[in-house]
Design a protein around this ligand. Structure first.
Ligand code: C5P
Length: 406
């Protein structure tokens, strides 16, 4: 229920992408929002108000001349109740109308009349690629941005006209994620955050290896929360089958050695490093190039191990971390005595903040509970979804960043 308590005015202008707005409306309602749909006349050619009424549970507004509103001013009333107005799809024509302040039908009229300081306007462009890249369209969206609108991205791909390129409306789930992110406080705006996540996989031979139990969910949630908070986020991920959070740069790696190399590279410009990865402690000294075969004699292969680099400790000892430019956060998965172990690990890794959790209670789960240990002591974050905890952790990190780099 990420949007519980939010009232969204969903505006549809004319475009084939209107079919996606039905699903988007459904997702908004499922996320806990109340939704008031407003449609231009062109939009009603693509999808009926009946469908949108059924999905939103409210009568759709299609005309400024509808006398059903007691004061006959839907363009004023609807905008003032909203926590946000989202135009999806926003056609090239509708953007042109907004950019020039036109107000001759209810949707553009309502946008023009919205209280700009309190009701944000989000636009989800949808059009043919030539229309999207046309200087007039780009000029209009740039103008709308300068006027305070928030322009969401466009998707690349096959278009209704059969051409392929930029200009598709984002998918409903992407629109939802962007809207949820929009409402998060921008505590890390202008920051670069590096997150390591997932297990590592250390090859024994081309078909076998050793790894750790880690779903990567906590690290992916932290990457998402940091992005929602306005940071530029790089996620260095071991082998996991999780979707990349919107707007996050993902670098896939396999072994600890690869993970260290990627983290060292991206830590250069980062101001925060959050190490959630469950890095294998050892790797096989000499991985075989060929599959090790059973020879039928019952003999077992002998494996020799070498210790893997400690990525967190390495970055925490770097010049940037020591000068206070890189704030390092470690994780500890323990089975008992969380406070004692987390405190000891914080000292051993030499990091300002160590986050403890009970391993067996979190592996693969969607929720967790955290214990934040820093120089001042310990703070508990009670059991909640990993995304909710990730947002709380991001806020805790933002509040602890040295003022010089904040
Ligand atoms: O020593 P331990 O594995 O318990 O430490 C856990 C913390 O250190 C986590 O933040 C983990 O991501 C990080 N770590 C690391 N490289 C290793 C081992 C752990 O970055 N080789």
């Amino acid at each position: 229920m990420e949007l519980a308590g939010k009232h969204i005015v969903l505006g549809l202008s004319g475009g084939v992408a209107c079919y996606k707005s039905a699903e988007f409306c459904r997702l908004l309602v499922k996320a806990g929002a109340t939704v008031q749909v407003v449609m231009t006349e062109a939009a009603t050619e693509f999808i009926t108000p009946v469908t949108m009424q059924a999905l939103s549970g409210r009568v759709v507004c299609t005309s400024q001349w509808d006398a059903a509103t007691p004061n006959n001013m839907p363009h004023i009333n609807l905008g003032r109740e909203a926590d946000a107005i989202v135009i999806a799809p926003c056609s090239a024509d509708f953007a042109a109308r907004l950019a020039t302040g036109r107000a001759d039908e209810v949707l553009s009229l309502m946008c023009l009349a919205r209280p700009r300081d309190t009701v944000p306007l989000l636009l989800a462009p949808a059009m043919n690629r030539e229309m999207w890249t046309h200087p007039a369209t780009q000029r209009n969206f740039a103008q709308l941005q300068a006027d305070g609108a928030h322009v969401l991205g466009v998707g690349f791909g096959e278009q209704a006209c059969g051409e392929t390129g930029d200009g598709r409306m984002l998918e409903p789930s992407e629109l939802l994620d962007d809207l949820i992110a929009f409402f998060q406080p921008k505590l890390l705006a202008g920051r670069s955050v590096l997150v390591s996540a997932g297990p590592t996989f250390e090859a024994i031979d081309p078909v076998r290896g050793i790894t750790n139990l880690s779903s990567g969910k906590m690290g992916f949630a932290i990457a998402r929360a940091a992005r929602e908070a306005g940071a530029d986020v790089t996620l260095v991920a071991g082998p996991v089958a999780l979707a990349t959070p919107r707007g996050v740069r993902r670098i896939d790696v396999r072994s600890a050695v690869e993970m260290l190399a990627a983290c060292e590279e991206y830590a250069q410009g980062a101001s925060v490093f959050v190490a959630t990865a469950a890095v294998a402690d050892w790797r096989v000294a000499q991985a075989s190039d060929q599959k090790i075969k059973k020879d039928g004699s019952g003999a077992t292969p002998t494996l020799n191990f070498v210790e893997n680099p400690d990525i967190l400790a390495t970055l925490a000892a770097s010049a940037r971390a020591r000068s206070g430019s890189l704030y390092c956060v470690g994780f500890a998965a323990e089975s008992h005595d969380l406070l004692a172990h987390a405190t000891a690990k914080r000292a051993r890794k030499n990091v300002p903040l160590l986050v403890g959790n009970i391993g067996p209670a979190t592996f693969g789960q969607d929720d967790n509970a955290l214990l934040l240990v820093d120089a001042q002591g310990a703070t508990e974050l009670p059991r909640a979804s990993k995304l909710s905890l990730a947002r709380q952790l991001v806020a805790a990190i933002a509040g602890r960043l040295p003022a010089a780099t904040r």
